[in-house]
Design a protein around this ligand. Sequence first.
Ligand code: UDP
Ligand code: MG
Length: 320
Amino acid sequence: MLLSVIIPAYNEEGNVENTARTVGELLSKNSISHELIFVNDGSSDKTWEKLLRMAESSDNIVAVGFSRNFGKESAIFAGLKAAKGDACVVMDCDLQHPPETIIEMVKVWQNNDVDVVEGKKSSRGKESAAYKVFSKLFYKLIKKASGIEMEDASDFKLLDRKAVDALNEMPERLTFFRALSGWVGFKSATVYFDVAPRAVGERKWTTSKLIKYAVNSISSFTSAPLQIVTGCGVVFFIAAVILAVNTLINKITGKALGGFSTVILLQLIIGSVVMFSLGIIGYYISKIYEEIKCRPRYIIDEIVKSKNLSDESKDKRNSE
Ligand code: UDP
Ligand code: MG
């Protein structure tokens, strides 16, 4: 049995060595043979140099280097592609996902007939109030739109080879790993973990990156927002019928006077609804455009492996 641990790393020079050591030692102690796949997501610091040195000097390290920053989703999928294991675990580089939970996941996977072991946050660690409110809202929206309960879900998961192959076969470029691992089906189990404080460094998400991630995730996973447009249409049609009847009655009883305020209000409301609707439709069209270009999810500059994993340890310029 080989376990692949996939670790996206973006400007994590302070964490990579410690994470590799902690996770590697823990897995060796529990006699789980493993490979640690670090995906360097176009870091601008010394992360890549450190990964190269680690692959050189220690065993079981695979370093995948992107040509630029493609985002965590792409890094996860690149890791899944590179993984050789019978099962894969995806975890953060900052040890916020406690490594001991990996052992628990492996046990659940081996002792039960399950293909996906989801890590759920039993406590969310330190987060700002605004972030908490928005993440609640985000998961509520996802639940409403797709029926999938995802609150406190995380990217910390164990996937059986079956599930990994299914994910690898997905042709789409705009992905939402957290939800897709449930979408592929298979039997799943859940383990709970407490989010630890970040080991070293700052969190890598900026507010604008997070908003983009949220909007992307929802639109890549559900077309429900397009139905909002239809819903608005229905509501405004009903309002229009009522107003039309009212207007006619006023006309017949000779009370039709002025009415400019109504006209102005109607103009404003309908105008904004139409623009809002066009915006949503336009957004989806832009997504279709992006998918149809079939650009790769990421471009790999270089893959370097520890000597024990491969004799031919450098293959350059692979793209996926
Ligand atoms: N990450 C990445 N690419 C990015 C942003 C983040 O690969 O563009 C990685 C990062 O190195 C870390 C994980 O995603 O391993 C989670 O990032 P972070 O700790 O900043 O987010 P948080 O834990 O606060 O959600
Ligand atoms: Mg983190």
